[in-house]
Design a protein around this ligand. Structure first.
Ligand code: ATP
Ligand code: NMN
Length: 281
């Protein structure tokens, strides 16, 4: 999972076969001309997608409305490529299908972009450039009600655990951080066990583009816990949208996700210890 890379803005993109950018729920007219239009992009494994992943967008929507001069015109989940090789990562076709079911059946504004899923691993900076290109260059951005053109700002939506990795050596290049946090910006959802301060201490130089969102109702569901439950034959209903639970059952997914790596075994043990302490199983 070596992901460090260069900082230059990517302007030409190789699309996977038969790819087209989904934008049926992208709102093309700004309601308030004084606001800056933004699109939220959540990058991750989504193996499988959970209600928490979906709720991140709702938390961000409330935060944006109450605290900023932005107007959200769309939201995307962007499942990572199989080449990311993270333990527990199911085939991209299944992950994209589950995310699509979840978005279509539970939301009126979320969409799935399969661009990074169906090709070689792409760094997050490049993924955000791809969204910027599709929305602003190809589609031409959005308009105010008076017909004035506006560019849409792409912004990363992530949990505080992901942002913590931005301070770990060798995971993100400084150039990419400058690109993501300097040019685009991010909304960070507080995640149990991964402090917000710890997540952002080393990112102070970009603090004007980093918006911290506390979880007022704590939810520490993770895909790892869901996979663990499925492996043990435990119910995951009400942790994920019903259509996703049905899809998992119909396709017999996560019953055995192959020989776990030492890292995954450690993570499972931690989650098991957490589960038994909290007697959730
Ligand atoms: N409980 C949570 N609270 C806040 N953010 C979360 C939570 N679960 C996932 N996220 C965020 O969702 C995004 C997608 O993450 P990812 O698909 O890796 O989910 P995950 O549940 O952490 O997966 P895994 O358990 O396989 O590591 C990341 O930005 C991650 O920080
Ligand atoms: N340098 C990078 O661009 C970089 C580094 C680490 C994770 N990521 C992204 O973060 C997302 C989530 O990763 P994890 O599931 O490993 O937390 C993935 O979409 C991955 O591509 C990007």
């Amino acid at each position: 999972m070596s992901t460090a890379g260069s900082a230059r803005k990517t302007t030409s993109f190789n699309n996977p076969p038969n790819y087209s950018f989904v934008h049926h729920r992208l709102r093309r007219t700004l309601r308030d001309a004084k606001k800056q239009p933004i699109v939220l992009v959540a990058c991750g494994s989504f193996s499988p997608v959970t209600y928490l992943h979906l709720r991140m967008f709702e938390m961000a929507k409330d935060f944006v409305r109450q605290n900023t001069d932005f107007e959200i015109v769309g939201g995307y989940l962007s499942p990572v490529s199989d080449m990311y090789k993270k333990p527990g990562l199911l085939n991209a076709h299944h992950r994209v299908a589950m995310c699509t079911l979840a978005a279509e059946q539970t939301s009126s504004w979320l969409m799935i972009d399969s661009w990074e899923a169906f090709q070689n691993y792409q760094r997050t900076a490049v993924v955000l450039d791809h969204f910027d290109y599709e929305i602003n260059t190809v589609l031409g951005g959005v308009q105010t009600e008076d017909g004035e053109h506006r560019n849409v700002r792409v912004m990363l939506l992530a949990g505080s655990d992901l942002i913590s990795t931005m301070s770990e050596p060798g995971v993100w290049s400084t150039g990419d951080l400058d690109h993501i946090l300097g040019q685009y910006g991010t909304f960070i959802i507080e995640r149990a066990g991964s402090g917000m301060d710890q997540a952002t201490d080393n990112l102070a130089r970009w603090k004007n583009n980093i918006y911290l969102i506390p979880q007022l109702i704590q939810n520490d569901v993770s895909s790892t816990k869901v996979r663990l439950f499925l492996k043990r034959g435990l119910s995951v209903r009400y942790l994920l949208p019903m259509a996703v639970v049905d899809y998992i059952e119909e396709n017999g997914l996560y019953l055995d996700d192959g020989p776990s790596s030492e890292k995954e075994k450690g993570k499972e043990k931690e989650q098991e210890a957490g589960s038994s302490k909290k007697t959730v199983s």
